[in-house]
Design a protein around this ligand. Sequence first.
Ligand SMILES: NC(=O)c1ccc[n+]([C@@H]2O[C@H](COP(=O)([O-])OP(=O)(O)OC[C@H]3O[C@@H](n4cnc5c(N)ncnc54)[C@H](O)[C@@H]3O)[C@@H](O)[C@H]2O)c1
Length: 237
Amino acid sequence: MGTAVVTGAGQGLGRAIAERLAADGHHIVAVDLNPETAADTAASLGGQWRQCDVSDPGSVAALAESLDRVEVLVNNAGIWIFADMADMAPDDVRRVLEVNVMGVFYCTQALVPLMGPGSSIVNLSSNAAYSNSPGVGIYPPSKAAVESFTKQTALEFGRRGIRANAVGPGMILTEGTRVNYEGEMGRQRARAVPLGRNGHPEDVADVVGFLASDDARYVTGQIIYVDGGLSAGRAAL
Ligand SMILES: NC(=O)c1ccc[n+]([C@@H]2O[C@H](COP(=O)([O-])OP(=O)(O)OC[C@H]3O[C@@H](n4cnc5c(N)ncnc54)[C@H](O)[C@@H]3O)[C@@H](O)[C@H]2O)c1
């Protein structure tokens, strides 16, 4: 097992993914915009941390320069802004696209030169890329771009033995989604989920662990929805 770089590792899905990859024997580099939470994740896992803004190519270049070899890259950092697309200010649209799309691009381009055969990239999409929902404006299109970018990465780097896949979480309770998925609102939303509950960060982290592992050695260019079945359809209420 080698080094696993996880962006947005300070909390939520990124932290759970870092924990799973550490349990699998990887040395973790926890990357986050927030240095305190990144340091906390790293300290709990005996890993390293880096403060980095994935939407800033200079910041990502500094991250890459500080690393030697990378076996696993998880492009997890992502943001959303609650607004209908028609009401979004251009700066807000730009910010979401810069983090969710350009961030994946910058990190992949900068870190692939440090990766060799057997390495794995896992991008965080969303089931919103498959099934749009109102009120989150440019977020679903940004994740659709992540899915296409994942396939492009798989094609361009397959001959180097580097795999690229994406996971598309459904409704997972994290620090970032708490406002929507906690309490009665969360219970109401869970009724639509075929498996009858919202997800835990570990539900997603375990699939990322699989995709990062040699068990997935012949899997590349794939999108796996980890959404309790929501992308198959909504449960009868
Ligand atoms: N939680 C869900 O239900 C859900 C569903 C679908 C997709 N996702 C995706 O999973 C990923 C993680 O979601 P989450 O719920 O854990 O979010 P979260 O808000 O709880 O955590 C996101 C982390 O990313 C970091 N971050 C934000 N912008 C950054 C930047 N520019 N550079 C570096 N780090 C940055 C934040 O500081 C934070 O630590 C996101 O890409 C999100 O779109 C989440």
